[in-house]
Structure formats: structure tokens, C-alpha cells
Design a protein around this ligand. Structure first.
Ligand code: SF4
Ligand code: SF4
Length: 350
């Protein structure tokens, strides 16, 4: 059985008293687990442009001071997205993070998979879906992962918490593509202008001319996603309609890879709980009342405890209502099967 620490607090209170995060860390003996000069990667989601529900950087001011006091080297990191938006390359992504106030924390903001999302490291896991995972390159040099997740609904995984943040959020573009689909990107001919940029840059030379446009020969495609990041006309598309069950398990395998050989701790911000994730480029309303903060060394126990608390409080499973097609509980079954963590937890209210 593992401990999950819980602080009942709402969004506005947390803005006024962000030091409560330190109370949770103290209860969990966090300082015994960090070392001077650790490269301490704070995994966050900076929020898509127009979104407001991401973890507010003001929540993190005392936390960053605390990490500096203990002589670690904290930095914020995320990875580039698969889809088109303002987080698809590192330049736009960092600019957006600053626009959302993360620069006021005074620590580096790093996009882990490079300028265009193509920098990765292979991590061997030898599981059912993947023998190796393609994580963002920076991951290999991180000593300690502090995973901060906004707890909310998600269209592919039912809910988004620590498992999702670790699984999808630390993967490179190639890794994200591997989780999302067995079907590789295709070119939408109505948008393709025939410029040939994708053709000239495809590392596996699997893009060929098709009249005055281009097409991808999917059996040769390695799914690196490079063409998507380069197409100036957003003509290269992914088929998102892959099996929902497979996605749950693939995300779990990537979460497993992201913690391989790492020290880590995980916090779920169960405030401003929205129907969809912070990738939405629009302002969402809170779907239900805030719960508070939960912290654990085990991401599986943490997500399970967050869900259990919410279901217990609401007397219904809101994420099942919002995303009935998504069998999210398979994340827990599979996470326990492969040793990512346990659902056997003890809740300690702080
Ligand atoms: S980069 Fe885009 S517009 Fe240019 S050929 Fe490829 S798909 Fe068409
Ligand atoms: S995903 Fe990579 S390998 Fe596949 S077509 Fe695009 S650039 Fe080529």
C-alpha cells in the first residue's frame, strides 16, 4: 500500500496560499529524496493559446523557491505537440509559456524534444506494445521528475492526470505518434500545395509525387512526424480514430518508460476541473467544484485516489459521462500489470 497525501483547497485559496504545496512535500519527506545539484525537471503543461485551465504558475512560486533552497537545479519542461497549434515547435511553445506567466518563476523553460519535436532518445522497455519508447531527448539527463498535472477530462484517455502527463507529455513527436495510431499520417490533397518540403525532408523517403501533389507510402513510414512539423500548409494529418483501448495501454507503457531509472514525485491539481484537456485552444468552464491537491510517489495510486475522491464527492463518474467511449479504467489494470504502480493506496489528509 502506498500513501497519497491530500489537501482540500480550491483554486482561489490556492492562489492565496500556494505554500500548502510545501506542506504536502514535507509530509511526504520529499527533501530526503532530492540531492544537491539534481537536474530537477518540473513537468508541466503550459496550456494551448486561449486556454486558462492549465496549472497556474502563481501556484508554483513557493515551490520553486523551496527547490532552489535545497540547491537543486529546477527547470520547467514540456514537449512539442503532434497537432498544429502554438506548441508545435519550441520557439512558439516557449513564447506561449512566457505569455502564460511561466517566466515569472525565474527558472529555465525547456522544450524537451528540440526545436521541431524531432529530438528523441530510445528507451528499452520490452512490453506488449513497445519494445522501445521514443522519449524527448532531454529526459535522459533529468535526475528527478516532479510531475505536476492538471486533473481534468480528456478525449482519448477519459481523464488526464499523472499517467497521461508522463506517458504522452514526455514522449517526443515520434513517441506520441506511436501511441496515437498504427495508421501513419496522410496528406490531405485539398490542402497540399505541392511545395515538396515534406518530400525533401522525409528521413525514410516514403513521400512520393502524385500528379502535382504528394502522398505518403505508409508501409515505409517510420512515424517520426517530421513532415507534420515542416508542412507550411498544415496538410499532413493523422487519423485519430484508433482503438481507445489500445491507446490506454500505450500511454501506460510510455509512462513506464518515462520513469525508468528516475526518481520522481507527482502532484495532481484537482482544481478548475474541465471536460477537456489544456490542449484546447479555448477557455473552458470548470465542470464541477474543486477538490484540492493530491501528492504521491506513485502516479497510479495518485490518479486512482483523485478519481475515487471525485466520484465519491459527485456521487457519479463525471469522466465516464463526458467520454463514455473511453475505457479509462484499463489504464489502472494495465499499469498494475506492468509494474508502473498500484491502486492500493492510503489517503492521508493534510
Ligand atoms: S509540405 Fe505540405 S504542402 Fe508541401 S508538398 Fe508536403 S504536404 Fe504538400
Ligand atoms: S512521419 Fe516521418 S517517415 Fe513518415 S512520412 Fe512523415 S517524415 Fe516521412
Amino acid at each position: 500500500m502506498v500513501d497519497v497525501f491530500f489537501k482540500r483547497i480550491n483554486y482561489q485559496q490556492l492562489l492565496k496560499e500556494p505554500q500548502v504545496i510545501l506542506d504536502l512535500l514535507e509530509k511526504a519527506n520529499f527533501k530526503e529524496n532530492i540531492k544537491k545539484d539534481d537536474f530537477l525537471g518540473i513537468k508541466v503543461h503550459f496550456g494551448e493559446r486561449g486556454n486558462k485551465s492549465f496549472v497556474n504558475p502563481n501556484f508554483l512560486l513557493p515551490l520553486v523557491r523551496y527547490l532552489k533552497n535545497y540547491k537543486t537545479k529546477p527547470f520547467l519542461f514540456d514537449t512539442n505537440t503532434l497537432y498544429y497549434g502554438d506548441r508545435m515547435n519550441a520557439i512558439d511553445h516557449i513564447s506561449l509559456a512566457k505569455g502564460h506567466g511561466f517566466d515569472r518563476l525565474g527558472i529555465p523553460i525547456i522544450i524537451g524534444d528540440g526545436l521541431r519535436g524531432n529530438d528523441y532518445v530510445e528507451v528499452e522497455i520490452n512490453k506488449k506494445h513497445f519494445n522501445k519508447c521514443y522519449l524527448s531527448l532531454i529526459w535522459k539527463d533529468i535526475d528527478f521528475i516532479l510531475c505536476l498535472s492538471h486533473f481534468k477530462g480528456h478525449m482519448l484517455t477519459g481523464f488526464g492526470g499523472a499517467i497521461k502527463n508522463l506517458g504522452m507529455g514526455i514522449a517526443s513527436r515520434r513517441g506520441k505518434l506511436a501511441q496515437h495510431c498504427e495508421i501513419y499520417p496522410y496528406i490531405d490533397k485539398s490542402k497540399c500545395k505541392g511545395c515538396g518540403i515534406c518530400f525533401n525532408n522525409c528521413p525514410s523517403q516514403c513521400i512520393e509525387k502524385d500528379d502535382d501533389k504528394f502522398r505518403i507510402v505508409s508501409k515505409l513510414c517510420i512515424g517520426c512526424g517530421q513532415c507534420m512539423s515542416l508542412c507550411p500548409f498544415r496538410a499532413i494529418i493523422i487519423n485519430w480514430s484508433d482503438s481507445y483501448t489500445l491507446i490506454q495501454e500505450r500511454v501506460v507503457e510510455y509512462a513506464f518508460a518515462s520513469l525508468k531509472g528516475k526518481r520522481s514525485i507527482h502532484i495532481n491539481f484537482c482544481v478548475f476541473i474541465t471536460k477537456e484537456c489544456d490542449c484546447m485552444n479555448k477557455e473552458e468552464k470548470g465542470y464541477c467544484q474543486d477538490l484540492g491537491l493530491l501528492l504521491s510517489y506513485d502516479p497510479v495510486a495518485l490518479d486512482k485516489a483523485s478519481l475515487d475522491l471525485l466520484i465519491d464527492r459527485e456521487k457519479r463518474d463525471i469522466f465516464k459521462e463526458i467520454h463514455p467511449e473511453t475505457p479509462y479504467s484499463e489504464q489502472f489494470t494495465y499499469a498494475e500489470e506492468i509494474g508502473l504502480g498500484t491502486t492500493d493506496y492510503r489517503l492521508i489528509e493534510v
